[in-house]
Design a protein around this ligand. Structure first.
Ligand SMILES: *[C@@H]1O[C@H](CO)[C@@H](O)[C@H](O)[C@H]1NC(C)=O
Ligand SMILES: *[C@@H]1O[C@H](CO)[C@@H](O)[C@H](O)[C@H]1NC(C)=O
Ligand SMILES: *[C@@H]1O[C@H](CO)[C@@H](O)[C@H](O)[C@H]1NC(C)=O
Ligand SMILES: *[C@@H]1O[C@H](CO)[C@@H](O)[C@H](O)[C@H]1NC(C)=O
Length: 367
């Protein structure tokens, strides 16, 4: 009898998890249906030629590419990596990246290149590119392993795939790490955020140095369009000028007037996400702990979130959203967006039950 009961229990359990698994597989294959896609520039200035004053150059703007689902949610996701949009486009092995994952989920997705970076490289000032030998440094900085070419055991990278490593280290562009550049980039980003072209509910997803940039963008923005930041391994944070901390360059701390800092406390939420193999003594981790504490002191909602001990995942790198388990990392982001009320659809009343069936999707789509 006991045997039969536990067998029955097992069967019930496995069919329930089987159904959940099927639902998930189905959702992952949900087609991407776009209403439109395109791009635009934001910010920047126009300068006159010193020789022919009537000749001008429009420069130092940022470039935003967008993808709008046919049935969009209200919240726009701006994916910001300070030196390549590629990391958002594919997983390390070429599999699906965050861009497609969140389009399938119905979020408008924006890919941002700040002034001088990527597709916004028309600078108002001359700059020089000097090759520096960075590949091996990337391996360590991105936390693939303790030293090149030694991967961490269990790392969420296709360690046997030489092409994957080549793709990862090649698909970058010059990052311009200085705090003058942070100001230049965030001024243009704030113009974009305030323009209304990204809607009035914006979440920044950032990685590394763009975490600092997104915080500074909030400081510079004059609207409440920006609602949240999810910063994967943020290098650098913004601090208020009443706090005793020494400014650093190029990865913070950056110091701003207290009144401007308080804008960070007005966001729905800020999550500083960390992957594996990060000790509490890691300076950038310490900055995020301190920044989160101060944001919360002023009434904000910031947290430091470890993908391992808080999220139950393992082996994540500096760029978890491109890791081999990025679908599980994305599930955690879903939870964050739901928990903070950022997952509603545009065509849906706030009060309406958001638990939709296929039928309700169709009806709402038609309505
Ligand atoms: C150039 O600028 C000057 C002074 O602003 C103006 O008088 C002139 O008409 C301009 N020339 C052209 C070709 O636009
Ligand atoms: C916000 O307003 C201030 C004061 O008017 C202005 O200097 C700044 O450029 C504005 N920021 C943006 C992003 O437009
Ligand atoms: C600020 O911090 C520095 C270094 O930790 C310390 O030496 C200094 O006394 C502090 N100043 C104040 C006003 O607390
Ligand atoms: C920019 O960096 C310098 C140190 O190089 C620092 O003195 C200055 O305060 C920084 N600016 C901001 C806004 O933090």
């Amino acid at each position: 009898m006991l045997v039969t009961l536990s067998l029955l229990g097992l069967l019930l359990l496995s069919s329930a998890s089987g159904a959940a698994h099927e639902k998930r597989q189905y959702e992952r294959r949900r087609p991407i249906v776009l209403e439109k896609s395109g791009g635009f520039v934001a910010g920047g200035r126009t300068i006159n030629s010193p020789i022919f004053p009537n000749w001008t150059l429009s420069c130092d703007h940022g470039y935003m590419e967008y993808f709008i689902p046919w049935r969009p949610r209200k919240t726009s996701i701006v994916m910001w990596h300070s030196s390549s949009t590629q990391v958002w486009q594919n997983r390390w092995d070429g599999g699906e990246g965050y861009k497609d994952m969140f389009l399938r989920r119905g979020y408008p997705v924006y890919l941002w290149d700040g002034p001088r970076v990527g597709r916004a490289n028309w600078a108002c000032e001359p700059y020089r590119y000097t090759p520096f030998y960075q590949d091996q440094g990337n391996f360590v900085a991105w936390n693939f392993g303790p030293s090149y070419p030694n991967f961490w055991p269990g790392v969420q990278f296709p360690t046997e795939d030489k092409e994957a490593w080549q793709q990862a280290t090649s698909s970058r562009y010059v990052e311009f790490d200085s705090n003058a550049s942070v100001h230049l980039e965030t001024q243009a980003a704030a113009v974009a955020a305030d323009s209304g072209k990204l809607g009035d509910s914006i979440v920044y997803l950032t990685n590394s140095a763009s975490g600092l940039r997104a915080q500074m963008t909030v400081v510079k923005s004059n609207t409440t369009n920006i609602k949240a930041i999810v910063a994967y391994e943020s290098y650098g944070c913004v601090f208020p000028d009443n706090f005793n901390i020494t400014a650093g360059e190029p990865f913070g701390p950056m110091i701003v007037p207290l009144e401007d800092f308080k804008k960070l406390a007005k966001l729905e939420a800020i999550q500083f996400v960390w992957g594996d193999h990060r000790d509490e003594s890691f300076p950038f981790l310490k900055q995020t702990r301190l920044a989160a504490k101060l944001i919360n002191l002023y009434g904000g909602n910031a947290e430091v979130f470890f993908l391992s001990k808080d999220g139950g995942l393992s082996g994540n790198t500096h760029s978890a959203f491109a890791d081999m388990n990025n679908d599980e990392v994305a599930d955690l982001l879903d939870e964050f967006l739901e928990d903070n009320g950022l997952d509603a659809y545009k065509d849906e009343d706030e009060d309406e039950d958001e638990d939709e069936t296929d039928e309700s999707v169709k009806n709402k789509g038609r309505g």
